[in-house]
Design a protein around this ligand. Sequence first.
Ligand code: HEC
Length: 191
Amino acid sequence: MGTLTTRFGFNLSVLLIFAGVAALAQTPRYNLGKTATPEEIRAWDISVGPDGKELPPGSGSAMEGAKLYAQQCAACHGATGEDAKSSPRLVGGKGTLNTPMPIKTVGSYWPFATSIWDYINRAMPRNKPGSLTAEQVYALTAFLLYKNGIIQENDVMDAKTLPKVQMPNRNGFQPPMPDIVQRHCRTGTCP
Ligand code: HEC
């Protein structure tokens, strides 16, 4: 009997939960939050794609970036970018990706130079993200590209030059799972 009551009680509570969910689903107005303003959307809409068309005005070279790097980045990423202790190594590793000990850095692994700009702009320095100006981000990106042997020290990076930089691992990424794409094609639904 006790078991029955327990089972009945459990079933009843499950029923009540479903009833509650159903009642909620029928209530279309929550009156929560507000529509984002164009300014608010702009503040979040900072993604920069491979072609760099979202890059802002401004420019910088490795020479300017070196000073900023020493002041704002070296404490975590190491003075040369190769000697980081607790943070990712930012320099080196070119040609190691196909070896048993691959060293993945923004220079050796990342396919697009514009992603370095985007990353620094949104996330670094880690203790003060969003504090750098566009000019400073261009200079720091140039500095990391230079230290990785990808551009020259005097090369100026801006919205036009940065997307043209050829990264060593540009063609190292394959479309995901080509076998699955083919299998679907055989059933008539090619993506
Ligand atoms: C307080 C420590 C700290 C400081 C200062 C800092 N970083 Fe970082 N950085 C990190 C950590 C930790 C990561 C790994 C991602 C994470 O945990 O946020 C990272 C990741 C990165 C990456 C991506 C590396 C990868 O391969 O994924 C780049 C690029 C980078 N930082 C650049 C910079 C630059 C440029 C500066 C100076 C403006 C800077 N960081 C300052 C700690 C720091």
